[in-house]
Design a protein around this ligand. Structure first.
Ligand SMILES: [Zn+2]
Length: 384
């Protein structure tokens, strides 16, 4: 080996080790980022088919609530499993068996579910009443809603010793329902969001008559410790609706509507948590930076513009389709409403995909030092 080749090998070795060091650094950096990503994911959904066994639920002319809701529940679970194989689907019952009310919530809590969906069918003495209703836990605002909760809670009377088991709660006594006045838990917003999405799907995708989102004191919802809804898929006491509820097609439509609502809900809560997580990380970064103000101002910020209007729009307006964390900016006399904030372009495109499902014409905008800039300018700035 001559001197030249020795030099060459030495140089090669230095370069290779440098490359390895760089690769290792990049790897540990990306791994570090990955490990920090503790964003929220829906892992388990509990589907609760109401009634069963000795408790038939509401009775129609030729059908029983317990059979209809079991079919819809199994179909819904099937859809979730098919399209989200990573989501664990747990049923409170898969067959025609009686399950005590407390047992249903116990199953959901034991599995640490992220969402609880209880499925029921309605009935009324007035056979003309029809339509879907989705409930979240709360104090009823109308007698009608109280009546639905009373009917569903009354199933506890199928159990022996129910009065002791249910802490003296009397499902038939309206005065008992005062306890639900205090039920404004941490899961309220998420529950309402899922309920609204469900009614939206019933109305627009399946063409059902939606009676809207309501609140009432359902024992089964009170006992679960996660976002939860109770769906009344229609009135078995209405002949036309009973006919629909009984058919395979009708059940399939309703199950797919709840599934679609779930899909949007999942996207929403997971995306929000990513954004929140990112915000928290950014805040932490700012705290750690020596000159935080200067650094953040220098960053290009991508957002999604939802609406633009000369008049101010309230953030809870229907035009925003229940999207949360919306920012209002007044630029040249026009109100601009945006969602999301990140310096990462591919991240904002991902968020846009989700938001598009609700607001079709939303688009990505960029800001720099508080001013709106073009996307090409933003990308150029990021290169330097
Ligand atoms: Zn029921």
């Amino acid at each position: 080996m001559n001197i030249n080749s020795r030099k060459f090998i030495k140089r090669l070795f230095t370069r290779t080790s440098l490359a390895i060091i760089l690769l290792l650094t990049a790897f540990s950096f990306s791994k570090g980022l990955y490990a920090q990503d503790k964003s929220y994911h829906i892992k388990t959904v509990v589907i609760d088919a109401g009634h069963g066994g000795k408790d038939p639920g509401a009775l129609g002319k030729s059908s029983r609530e317990k059979d209809i809701v079991l079919n819809i529940s199994l179909k819904l679970g099937g859809y979730i499993k098919k399209y989200f194989p990573n989501v664990n689907v747990v049923y409170t019952r898969k067959t025609d068996v009686f399950i005590p009310l407390n047992k249903r919530s116990e199953i959901a809590n034991k599995h640490k579910a992220d969402l609880f969906i209880s499925i029921h069918a309605n009935a009324n003495n007035n056979s003309r009443i029809r339509g879907t209703e989705t409930y979240t836990l709360g104090l009823h605002k109308t007698k009608e809603n109280l009546a639905v909760a009373m009917k569903e809670n009354a199933v506890m009377q199928y159990e022996d010793d129910w009065s002791t088991k249910y802490e003296g709660f009397d499902p038939n006594n309206p005065a008992s329902y005062i306890i639900f006045n205090l039920m404004q838990g941490v899961n309220r917003d998420k529950s309402i969001s899922m309920a609204e999405l469900t009614e939206h799907q019933f109305k627009h995708r399946v063409g059902r008559h939606s009676r809207g989102v309501r609140e009432a004191g359902f024992w089964v919802l009170k006992q679960v410790s996660m976002p939860s809804i109770l769906v009344e898929v229609g009135f078995i006491s209405n002949p036309t609706e009973e006919k629909f509820l009984k058919t395979k097609k009708g059940q399939d439509y309703l199950a797919s509507a709840i599934f679609r609502a779930f899909r949007v809900y999942k996207d929403q809560v997971e995306q929000t948590s990513v954004v929140l997580h990112k915000q928290q990380e950014n805040e932490k970064k700012i705290e750690n930076e020596i000159n935080p103000l200067e650094n953040t101002a220098e960053q290009v910020e991508f957002c999604i513009q939802l609406k633009s209007s000369i008049k101010q729009i309230p953030l809870n307006s229907r035009v925003f389709k229940n999207l949360k964390n919306i920012t209002e900016r007044k630029i040249n006399g026009t109100y601009k409403y945006t969602i999301g904030s990140t310096s990462n372009y591919s991240e904002i495109l991902n968020l846009q995909k989700t938001v598009r499902k609700k607001i079709k014409d939303c688009f990505v905008v960029a800001f720099y030092k508080g001013k709106r800039i073009s996307l090409s300018k933003a990308k150029e700035l990021q290169k330097t």
